[in-house]
Design a protein around this ligand. Structure first.
Ligand code: 5GP
Length: 138
């Protein structure tokens, strides 16, 4: 079964379009975390960030950057969150690669918070951890 973003691309479900070219579509998130919260997606289906080829990634991220710049210049955002979730355990609910571009305003509109709480690293072998990841990079 087609995911909801493939259905948007195919025109079966409406969206509020922000930008479109041959490879990339950007539209307002139905749930506006802050005013202007935009999703940027490749038109070709890839399940998530990790499954997306570099060439497509470049196109999507370039559009995400331009949208972030526009949110600052036109909407008056003072900052922007660029984020993508991979997998259900990381909060991904639509299994079609997408980048959230979320403008941030002074005053803190929007309840979404990214929390990154540091763990106790005293029992971790950090050099070994870095080596294991580094060696596995393709
Ligand atoms: P995720 O949780 O997978 O990172 O983000 C999926 C996003 O897609 C959510 O922020 C959700 O609000 C948005 N979304 C889900 N269904 C629709 C839809 O039909 N239209 C639009 N515009 N956004 C959607």
């Amino acid at each position: 079964m087609k995911d909801i973003f493939c259905r948007i691309i195919d025109g079966e479900i409406p969206c509020t379009k922000v930008y479109e070219d041959d490879d990339v579509l950007a539209f307002l998130d139905i749930s506006q975390t802050t005013k202007g919260h935009t999703l940027v997606i490749p038109k070709k289906h890839y399940e998530n960030f990790l499954a997306t080829p570099a060439e497509t990634m470049e196109k999507v991220m370039k559009v995400a950057q331009r949208i972030g710049q526009a949110e600052v210049s036109v909407l008056g955002a003072k900052g922007v969150n660029i984020l993508t979730n991979v997998g259900e355990c990381a909060g991904q609910t639509v299994m079609h690669f997408h980048v959230h571009v979320i403008p941030r305003y002074v005053g803190g509109e929007g309840g979404f918070q990214i929390t990154m709480q540091g763990q106790d690293t005293s029992t971790m072998d950090l050099p070994r951890l870095a080596m294991d990841i580094g060696k596995a990079i393709k």
